[in-house]
Write a protein that binds this ligand. Structure first.
Ligand code: AP5
Length: 217
């Protein structure tokens, strides 16, 4: 199964992408996670991405497509994947289609998590991420606790989760990523909107239903 999970920042792509990947027994490939890891390791890619990410802007398409091309050739992605946070521009969607066609592959389904702006801002301003194991949680869940329940690491706020940056990320989403949904809508890949509000469990049930409709698993 080759699935693309889309949606605005904070829609729950990471949260649901992990669950979908486990359910489908394929890896979740997140360009955001890869860029953050590159920043942690202070690689050339990490240094290049830093200013774009902190400003809420997109990292250039050629850089991202280079990352994806490497991933598609990796053993880990051969049985399928859940792509989270990619493609984010029409040029990235076209590039992905070209890369897959060259490997005689194609996408099976695109799912778009629909979440209103106010909910996005509430989710992201309260999101906390473990510095050590990258587990994601929310202050509504952990309250004032600052240690990760999974590994004991320190829970911190992501540098791009400040309210002004979240607003810029939403603008960038509308300007550059929303057109990707229209592009898929006119392609032959099944593309479906899924209500991303309600509990994590309810959203997951809706997503699995949409996957089953697109292709029985
Ligand atoms: P990226 O890391 O991809 O960020 P994003 O798309 O903005 O998405 P988020 O990770 O913020 O949110 P999410 O949808 O995964 O939500 P989550 O599950 O965490 O990208 C970061 C940056 O990297 C970009 O701005 C850009 O600079 C760069 N980049 C990455 N990919 C790129 C690309 N392809 N091209 C160019 N640049 C790229 O949930 C959010 C919070 O909500 C959590 O606290 C969670 O616990 C909570 N939550 C989740 N579900 C629910 C629910 N149902 N109810 C209540 N709370 C919930």
């Amino acid at each position: 199964m080759r699935l693309v999970l889309m949606g605005p920042p904070g829609a729950g792509k990471g949260t649901q992408g992990d669950r979908l990947a486990e359910w489908l027994e394929v890896p979740r490939l997140s360009t955001g996670d890869m860029l953050r890891e590159a920043r942690r390791q202070e690689t050339e890619l990490g240094r290049l991405a830093q200013a774009y990410m902190d400003a809420g802007e997109l990292v250039p398409d050629d850089v991202i497509l280079g990352l994806i091309e490497e991933l598609l050739d990796d053993e880990v992605a051969q049985a399928g994947f859940v792509l989270d946070g990619f493609p984010r521009t029409v040029a990235q969607a076209e590039g992905l289609q070209r890369l897959l066609a060259a490997r005689r592959d194609r996408l099976d389904v695109v799912l778009n998590l629909d979440v209103p702006d106010e909910e996005v801002v509430a989710r992201l301003s309260g999101r906390r991420v473990c510095e050590a194991c990258s587990a994601v949680t929310h202050v509504d869940v952990v309250g004032g606790v600052t240690d990760c329940a999974a590994c004991g690491g320190r829970l911190v706020q992501r540098s791009d989760d400040r309210v002004e940056t979240v607003r810029r990320r939403l603008d960038v989403y509308r300007e550059q990523t929303a057109p990707v949904l229209a592009w898929y809508g006119s392609s032959d890949v099944p593309a479906t909107d899924v209500d991303g509000t309600g509990s994590v469990e309810d959203v997951f049930v809706r997503l699995t239903r949409a996957v089953r409709v697109s292709r029985p698993v």
